[in-house]
Design a protein around this ligand. Structure first.
Ligand SMILES: [Zn+2]
Length: 438
């Protein structure tokens, strides 16, 4: 029997591949022309690359266009990448900007509407309808999390609780008194809420059925933990302020990768070193092009997130390409013996083997061959002088690493607090190869 799947915009979300490509081609041509005519910063980049709007006839020509990076956004701050006059804009949102200048994104009313539609698709895919009570505990304000899901919840017709973040007492009171059925927050806050609910013994008063979690990295183990403890289905959502906010991609009932809203955003995977477009299914850096936005349409924006795209048929009936959960940042990627290695993959193995996340990866080169050593601090429980025990664990970690990253590493378990910390944080990677200094 076919399962019931709800869509917010069925015609669009289940459109044929040819239809999606046609939309993308038409809208890309229009957007490039719009940006070239209205944005001096991007026009300069195109001129430098020797490409004009006439060179862009369909989506296959996308690769001819220059990339944009966060550095461009900083350089063009605050108005340099706008493609509409300020008088046409109705909103700004911003990143938290922990390093350097913040990224400021501008929206026309049209841009807000399409962003909220994307969030509405995500809420509907998580089972949301107008019968639901949707509690939004992402931060409101400059951060896109709160406003995005709030708007999406309105569009679906849910009763929206605009809680914003923090004040757990009040969150739980509204959650139980108003019988919230959907919650939107970061996965770590969901775990914190679950803990508080357990402590208070109010699990029977919680009516949640689904949660939409994003804005930070989380693992499948966290998903299982949240689902079990809150008694809900936990869905992933992806987005970034530069592109619009949450809802660039969202998870469906299959809970296995996120559908990119391809009628609004074109996704590409590139080699982070060379910038070359990689074939579908290969791992690389995710790049987005906005094709329906007016005020701030990023073209070929490099997200630095490393992931994989897949067009395999999805059981939910949606046809838009799926992106895997990002597995790291291109900044962090190491190439050892020709293999891409992310510290996050190594960390996953260490934690799965009961070790700590205080580790250090040392990459070196002996003659022409790379070596990789992983030093990890033992837990106090492991702190024993049974050398045999330790070497057994080291071998196990080595085997697990080999099957995860495909190359052998020298694993050394070291005493607690023996890895040097800089400003409280362990220095994760030491690369002694000097590959770029010859
Ligand atoms: Zn699906």
């Amino acid at each position: 029997m076919e399962k019931m799947e709800n869509y917010y915009q069925k015609e669009i979300e289940t459109a044929s591949y040819e239809q999606i490509r046609q939309w993308q081609s038409e809208r890309l041509v229009k957007t490039v022309k719009h940006v070239y005519e209205n944005n001096t910063y991007y026009r300069k980049l195109m001129d430098e690359k020797g490409v004009t709007p006439d060179d862009i006839k369909c989506v296959d020509d996308l690769h001819k266009l220059p990339f944009l990076t966060k550095d461009d956004l900083r350089e063009a701050y605050p108005y340099g990448l706008m493609s509409k006059p300020l008088s046409e804009c109705v909103r700004i949102q911003s990143t938290s900007g922990t390093t350097g200048k913040r990224v400021v994104a501008f929206y026309t009313q049209h841009d807000i509407d399409l962003w909220e539609e994307c969030c509405a698709r995500a809420i509907t895919a998580a089972g949301g309808t107008k019968e639901d009570v949707c509690q939004v505990c992402y931060g409101y304000g400059l951060f896109t999390g709160g406003p995005g899901l709030n708007g999406g919840s309105h569009k679906v017709g849910c009763l929206t609780l605009p809680m914003s973040s923090g004040n757990t007492e009040r969150q739980l009171q509204f959650m139980t008194d108003l019988e919230a059925t959907i919650i939107c927050c970061t996965p770590s806050y969901a775990q914190y809420l679950a803990e508080s609910i357990e402590e208070k013994g109010i699990k029977d008063k919680v009516k949640l059925k689904a949660g939409i979690f994003g804005a930070e990295a989380w693992t499948e183990e966290m998903r299982k933990d949240i689902e079990k403890r809150l008694g809900i289905k936990a869905y992933d959502i992806y987005g970034l302020t530069e592109i619009s906010g949450p809802g660039v991609a969202f998870e469906c009932s299959e809970q296995n990768g996120m559908h990119v809203n391809e009628d609004h955003f074109i996704a590409e995977i590139i080699d982070p070193k060379t910038g070359e477009v990689l074939p579908e299914g290969e791992k690389g850096e995710l790049v987005f092009t906005c094709i329906t936005k007016e005020a701030f349409p990023m073209i070929r924006y490099r997200t630095k997130d490393i992931c994989v795209l897949s067009r395999e048929k999805c059981s939910c009936g949606r046809t838009h390409v799926k992106m895997a959960k990002p597995m790291g940042r291109s900044d962090d990627m190491l190439i050892v013996k020709g293999v891409n290695v992310f510290p996050s993959q190594i960390e996953e193995v260490l934690l799965a083997k009961g070790l700590t996340s205080n580790y250090q990866i040392i990459v070196d080169r002996e003659k022409t061959s790379d070596t990789i050593e992983v030093r990890v601090e033992m837990t106090p429980e492991l702190f024993s002088d049974k050398i045999n025990e330790l070497s057994k664990i080291e071998r196990e970690v080595n085997d697990a690493l080999k099957s995860m990253i495909g190359i052998s590493a020298l694993v050394r378990i070291v005493e607690p607090k023996s890895i040097v910390r800089s400003e409280g944080k362990a220095v994760r990677v030491i690369d002694r190869r000097n590959l770029y200094n010859n």
